[in-house]
Design a protein around this ligand. Structure first.
Ligand SMILES: [Zn+2]
Length: 117
């Protein structure tokens, strides 16, 4: 989780070297490094630092934390768990949770009661 206050501080003090861009995993930081002998990256990153602070937490997270937001992390963990449990089941027979009948491993519905497996 990237912190917008840290990003802003980096932009203010080390922005001329593109450090805030590297912190945010933006490859455009390379341009700041290349142009660090001019004042351009310093000015641009100063403005960016102000934008990080003024645009608010939600906007910042949408831009820079979208790949690992808490919700997405939770749902991908959930999917992974489901995937793991279903891959274990395919090697064994499926027990119906409704009536207890053992069904073929590749069947999706119970033979006896039609319950979804
Ligand atoms: Zn059943």
């Amino acid at each position: 989780m990237k912190n917008r206050y840290i990003a802003a501080l980096l932009a203010f003090f080390l922005g001329g070297l593109g450090v805030h861009k590297f912190y945010l995993r933006k490859w455009t930081g390379v341009f700041y490094l290349i142009l660090c002998w001019t004042y351009i990256p310093t000015i641009v990153s100063f403005i960016e630092g102000i934008l990080y602070l003024t645009n608010g937490e939600r906007e910042f997270n949408r831009k820079y934390n979208k790949e690992r937001s808490t919700y997405q992390q939770q749902s991908s963990d959930y999917l992974e768990q489901n995937y793991n449990s279903s891959s274990i089941e395919t090697s064994l027979s499926k027990i119906c949770q409704n009536c207890g009948k053992e069904n073929e491993a590749d069947s999706n519905f119970c033979e006896r009661c039609g319950n979804k497996l």
